[in-house]
Structure formats: structure tokens, C-alpha cells
Design a protein around this ligand. Structure first.
Ligand code: 5MM
Length: 325
């Protein structure tokens, strides 16, 4: 049986990335409705089948993060999604958080929940074929926020999640996302991202999380989407790498970025520019959701005649990101 370190290294190996297809039912429903597809269990299943059966996906994708519903659904040929992924040479992941909820005492901030019963859920997901897990914390930059209270609550939950996953045999993807929402500058995003990552790694150490058996999934360091001054690609790449060098221990096998609302092309360009920022102790790769599957969803729009075109749209993004690595 592969060790946590072997699985973590496989997740970030061979220029491949991790596809985030773990939208919660609410998020997936709005994405389907936005392209004119009714939100139903079956339409979510069909859409996810389109994504994972994209020809040659395995060449640029090492694993796919699934949500609980997809993990229990089957492809048209009767295989479960984790089984089909394994047959195609990809790892199956599972999102185990239960969502970001309002933080008591901080009306504009959230804390991610899902620790209750997690030990038992991890055991069940292992039995269903999952090999890695994901938990996303969201940090908002704004007037007087993030508060220390929100940062500490979120990193505490992330570290306890990571420890429980490792204990149960799943590699945790640890995702502290500093959101792009707002008009903050690149420098403010860097300051917050650096502070969050510092406290996160202190907490992971406290909870005895093995750094060589996890993957970090951070935001790139960018300006808020409403900031009038938008930095160029090379500045984003250098600032992101500088921030990670300051905070992420070399034992972590890989860093897989989220796209966070960047356009697919810009996220790929940032990823490519980071590979030219000197020798790095960890693999730098992608774990995009929207920046990988957005064009496929727009192309498909529920039309079975567009199935192959939609898969081609996903393929184009996946190949471009692998090439950028
Ligand atoms: C795919 O979306 C993931 C789950 O979102 P919800 O639980 O809010 O429905 C999300 O965590 C995603 O994995 C990350 O945000 C990365 O996706 P992007 O689109 O930011 O690359």
C-alpha cells in the first residue's frame, strides 16, 4: 500500500495537476442553471461523467477532487466515479468539509465546518476508493478583516482535519484561500497570505501533521478584483513565490494553486511565470476548478451533441496548464 508521502508526490508529479470537481450541490446547481441546465442529481452526474471521461485527461491530471454525492454516483457503464478514475490512472479525492459558515462574533467572516464525525467519514471514504481529501477555508480581506479570531479558527480546523485524514490514510489537501473579492492591493494580499500561512504551519506542527504527506492549495498572491491597480503577470508570479518561500517548509512535496476567479488563461500564465522564479523546494502545480472546467461547461450547456467539443475545451485547458508547468 502506498504511503502518504508516495500519494502526495504522485498528486504533484509529472507536470500534472489536480482537477477540482467538488462543487457542493448548491454551487453546482447554480453553475448548471447559469448555462440553462436544470439542477438535478442526474444532470450533476452526467456533467461529472463528461469531465472525468475526457480523453487523455490522465496525461495532465493526476487526480480529481469529488464531492460526496459524486463519490456515491455511477458512470453510465456502472462503475463508481472513484473506480473509474482509478481504472483511468487517476486518483480519487473527496471534499470533506461541510462548508464555510458565519463565524460567531465576526459577521463578515466565515469558519469552515465539518470536523464532527470526520474520523468515521474518512474511514468510509477510504472504503469507497478515495485516496486524498480536501478542506477549504476562506479568508476575506476588507475593512478591519481578517481578524486574528477568524484566521486562528480556520487554521485550527484545517490542522485538525489534516491530522484526522492522515490518521485514517488519506492525504489532506490543505486549502487556505485568501479571496480575490474586494479592492485590496497586491501588497495587502501578500501581507494577509503570508500571515495566514505562518499561523497555518504553526498549527499543523502543533497538531503533528506530517508535512511530507500533505499538499498545500493556496491562492496566488494577486490584487483584489476591484483594485484599480492590477499587477502584471511576472509581478504576481514573483510575489507569490516570495511569499511561499517565506512560509512553506521544504518538506511539503507540492503546492497546487486554486484559480479563485481568475480567467482560465490568466491563471495558466501566472502558473507558467512562476516556474521561472528560480529553484524551488516544492513542486508548483494547479488544482483549478473554474479555470479548468469553466470553458467545458459553457460549451456543453446540456447539449449531448456538444459532448466531444466540451471535453475538447477541458482538454485544451488541462494541456495548457501541464505545459505551463
Ligand atoms: C470546485 O469548487 C470547490 C468547492 O466549492 P464549494 O464547496 O463552495 O461549492 C472549491 O473549493 C474549489 O476546489 C476551489 O475554490 C478551487 O476552485 P477554483 O475555481 O477557485 O480554482
Amino acid at each position: 500500500m502506498a504511503t502518504l508521502n508516495e500519494i502526495a508526490r504522485e498528486m504533484v508529479s509529472n507536470r500534472r495537476g489536480i482537477l477540482a470537481a467538488d462543487e457542493s450541490i448548491g454551487t453546482m446547481s447554480s453553475r448548471l442553471e447559469s448555462v440553462g441546465v436544470a439542477a438535478s442529481d442526474e444532470n450533476r452526474r452526467v456533467y461529472r461523467e463528461l469531465i472525468v471521461t475526457t480523453p487523455q485527461l490522465v496525461d495532465s491530471i493526476s487526480g480529481v477532487i469529488l464531492a460526496d454525492d459524486t463519490t456515491r454516483q455511477k458512470l453510465s457503464d456502472g462503475r463508481t466515479f472513484p473506480q473509474a478514475l482509478q481504472d483511468m490512472g487517476m486518483l480519487a479525492g473527496i471534499k470533506v468539509d461541510t462548508g464555510a459558515k458565519p463565524l460567531a462574533g465576526s459577521p463578515d467572516e466565515k469558519v469552515t465546518e465539518g470536523l464532527d464525525g470526520l474520523r468515521e467519514r474518512v474511514a468510509e471514504y477510504v472504503s469507497l476508493g478515495s485516496t486524498f481529501a480536501k478542506w477549504r477555508a476562506v479568508i476575506t480581506i476588507g475593512d478591519g478583516i481578517p481578524t486574528e479570531r477568524a484566521v486562528r479558527a480556520n487554521v485550527h480546523a484545517l490542522a485538525r482535519y489534516a491530522g484526522l485524514c492522515q490518521e485514517g490514510g488519506l492525504v489532506p489537501i490543505v486549502e487556505p484561500e485568501v479571496l480575490m473579492d474586494g479592492s485590496h492591493s497586491l501588497a495587502q494580499c501578500q501581507q494577509v497570505t503570508r500571515a495566514v500561512l505562518r499561523v497555518l504551519f504553526d498549527e499543523l506542527d502543533l497538531m503533528k501533521v506530517r508535512l511530507d504527506g500533505m499538499v498545500l492549495k493556496p491562492n496566488m498572491v494577486v490584487a483584489g478584483k476591484n483594485c484599480p491597480e492590477q499587477p502584471g503577470v511576472d509581478l504576481v508570479a514573483q510575489t507569490t513565490v516570495d511569499t511561499l518561500r517565506d512560509t512553506v517548509p521544504a518538506e511539503v512535496p507540492g503546492i497546487a494553486f486554486l484559480s479563485g476567479g481568475q480567467s482560465p488563461e490568466l491563471a495558466t500564465r501566472h502558473l507558467g511565470a512562476m516556474q521561472n522564479c528560480g529553484d524551488l523546494p516544492w513542486e508548483l502545480t494547479y488544482s483549478f476548478g473554474r479555470a479548468l472546467v469553466g470553458p467545458a461547461l459553457e460549451t456543453w450547456r446540456g447539449d449531448s451533441a456538444k459532448w466531444a467539443d466540451a471535453q475538447q475545451a477541458l482538454s485544451v485547458r488541462a494541456v495548457a496548464n501541464a505545459a505551463a508547468r
